[in-house]
Write a protein that binds this ligand. Structure first.
Ligand SMILES: *Cc1c(COP(=O)(O)O)cnc(C)c1O
Length: 640
């Protein structure tokens, strides 16, 4: 008879090293050159890439907590932003030199990607040496761009739906020296521009956005092609030229723009679009428009999974390839026919993604608990005996067979219990033994290169849930809305093997408030390797590359508001906290849905008064309750 349980058959004696964590979380793939792991097993941030300065992220977060910041917190690294802008400009400069391109690059940042004031101001500042401009996609964004951009020679591209007020504001701004270019996205706008220009007596500079037939693939595939929401088809472009000509304004047409969607994973899509756009450009110049600018829109991708493939979460080209292809294609298209244009890209994702890191804490876990299993006693039920035997014998050659046996024993136990042949105690014992078997089988399969299909779901079924102090809807909305993948990993304990597999659940009461898709070299994995959670000890995870779109798309589901945010600037001796932006208080979030703080407090005061009159509450309790209520109103929407 079996008396005790042996250790798992496969024992890994090799000590876990930080290199193992590097490989596991693929940090070199997506994080290079900004994120890495140090000897202490903590994530490090090198905001200037390989040009020096390295910050221990775990130590930084602890330091920021000392300064009163709360988790979850968004840490923005200003120098990463600067580095992205420099890199983009450097790659175009290199491409221009390599192809002897007789023109320049003047990029713009599309404000819609992240409108936070401090960030847009930093972009304008860091972009100054490159005459880097801004792109607005709406009236409020135009107002931001006008209030922020102070760079002579930079462009201010005006996209999006426009009314007369938008157009007149953009025109008048030219008198302040802003180089506003109004991009016609709808045929109706031509008439509006002609009218506004005539009324104000200001010569406009206009562009046309072309609907190309080259199609992206993936989520933004419909941004182009005949059914695209924006842009002019070829006959509409011709119509625009004619309308401008008859208003004697063809000399204002100076730019061709296209945008084939965001996160273009495959360089061949970009090449197709460039070939088509190059021809449109040459034709417009041939028709007598002065032209001089080509704006290739956004789309420059970010390698979220570090696989360097055309997978949707990745891209199969470098920023340098992108610049080479644009410069070469446009030089080629213009050949000796027309002078080459100034090149513009509206790269938002590629500039803003890397600079911010969302750090959040794990509050607890749930899942199949690991408890010691007491030894088998002489007279136990046959099913229990069978499971014990199965458990003891699991090895690399029979794990699949044993798995099926264990499933069957468990099923039998459930039936026997239903018919009253098994006690609750016996059923519980079977349950524990069954999960123990599954756990050991998983340990065996994890060491194998190939896992049979019938066992793949086991990993998911056995995964622990890590309850985390953040809201997916507020901080990573694209993860929920469009299944976007972001690299997520612990920021410390990386010299320790992450022996658990888990999924992430957020604070909201929404069953969609979870993350159960994680980056992997091949495709996507459904669980993430994490460390055993130790109660009362901090366990911090971070979501990386979320600096584009997530902040503004985030919403107030369950009334979880903006997180605390901080701007970190590297200094020769370490770092400096540049800006601290406190997250929303409950009062602010409640005001958004029309609750008035004072009215709520008064209401509560009256309720306590009533209870006092009815002698249901003591004066002390009433005071305490009011204090708590008011304290909450002033406080953070997340858990403290
Ligand atoms: C969204 C958008 C961009 C930004 O695209 P990224 O892929 O983030 O660089 C640029 N231009 C236009 C017109 C857009 O709508």
């Amino acid at each position: 008879m079996l008396q005790e349980i042996q250790l798992p058959v496969v024992v890994d004696t090799k000590k876990w090293a930080i290199q193992d964590s590097e490989t596991l979380y693929r940090i070199d793939g997506w994080g290079e050159p900004y994120f890495s792991i140090n000897e202490a097993g903590n994530v490090t941030v090198s905001p200037k890439g390989d040009r020096g300065g390295c910050i221990d992220l775990f130590a930084l977060v602890n330091d920021l907590k000392q300064r009163g910041l709360r988790l979850p917190m968004l840490v923005r690294f200003s120098d990463i932003l600067a580095d992205r802008i420099e890199r983009l400009n450097a790659t175009f400069a290199k491409a221009i030199a390599r192809y002897n391109y007789n023109g320049v690059y003047r990029g713009v940042f599309p404000v819609k990607v992240n409108q936070q004031r401090q960030l847009v101001e930093e972009i304008a500042k860091f972009g100054k040496p490159f005459q880097f401009g801004l792109e607005a996609g709406s009236k409020p964004e135009l107002l931001i761009a006008l209030a922020t951009l102070r760079t002579p020679g930079s462009l201010l591209i005006c996209n999006g739906y426009k009314d007369a007020e938008y157009i007149e504001t953009a025109l008048l701004a030219r008198k302040l020296g802003q180089n506003t270019i109004i991009v016609i996205e709808q045929l109706e706008e031509v008439e509006m521009i002609i009218r506004a220009a005539t009324k104000l007596g200001i010569a406009p500079v206009v562009g046309v956005r072309a609907k190309l037939s080259a199609k992206g693939v993936g989520h933004w595939e419909d941004s182009t092609g005949d059914r695209a929401k924006f842009g002019l088809s070829m006959w509409e472009i011709l119509e625009t030229v004619e309308q401008l000509e008859s208003a004697n304004m063809l000399n204002s047409l100076k730019l061709l723009h296209f945008h084939i969607g965001s996160q273009i994973s495959n360089i061949s899509t970009i090449k197709d679009a460039l070939r088509e756009a190059g021809q449109v450009y040459v034709q417009l110049a041939t028709l007598g428009a002065p032209m001089g600018h080509l704006d290739v829109g956004g789309g420059l991708g970010v390698d979220y999974d570090g696989s360097k493939t055309n997978f949707y979460a990745s891209k199969n080209y470098s920023m340098q390839n992108y610049a080479y292809d644009i410069v070469a294609a446009i030089k080629d298209a213009c050949a000796d026919k027309v002078p080459v244009p100034t090149l513009t890209s509206e790269s938002g994702r590629a500039i803003a993604s890397h600079q911010s890191v969302l750090v959040f804490d794990v509050m607890g876990i749930s899942g199949t608990p690991h408890q010691a299993i007491s030894a088998l006693k002489e007279d136990e039920h046959l099913i229990v005996q069978n499971l014990f035997e199965a458990l003891e014998n699991i090895n690399e050659s029979n794990y699949q067979e044993i798995y099926h046996d264990a499933v069957q024993f468990n099923q039998e136990a459930i039936s026997l219990f239903s018919f009253g042949y098994l006690s609750l105690k016996q059923r519980a014992r079977v349950e524990r033994l069954f999960w123990e078997c599954c756990d050991r089988i998983l340990k065996v399969t994890r060491k194998l290169n190939y896992v049979p299909d019938d066992l793949e779901d086991l990993e998911r079924a056995m995964a622990l849930t890590y309850y985390c102090n953040f809201s997916v809807f507020q901080s990573a909305p694209d993860s929920w809305a469009i299944d976007q993948l972001f690299p997520i990993m612990p920021i410390h304990r990386l010299n320790e093997e992450p022996t658990c597999r888990g999924t992430i659940a957020d604070l909201t009461c929404d069953s969609d408030g979870k993350i159960d898709r994680f980056i992997d070299l091949r495709d996507v994995k459904s669980t993430l390797e994490l460390h055993p959670f130790i109660a009362e000890e901090p366990y911090y995870l971070a979501l990386f590359l979320g600096g584009a779109y997530q902040e503004i798309l985030g919403d107030l589901h369950n009334l979880f508001g903006d997180t605390d945010a901080v701007h970190i600037h590297t200094t020769p001796t370490g770092y400096k906290v540049e800006h601290v932006i406190k997250g929303d208080s409950m009062t602010e979030v409640l005001a958004y849905v029309q609750y008035n703080r004072d009215a709520m407090l008064e209401n509560i005061r009256q309720e306590t008064e009533r209870s006092l009159q009815e002698k249901q509450i003591t004066l002390d309790e009433a005071r305490l309750f009011l204090q708590k209520y008011e304290h909450c109103l002033n406080g953070y929407t997340y858990l403290s």
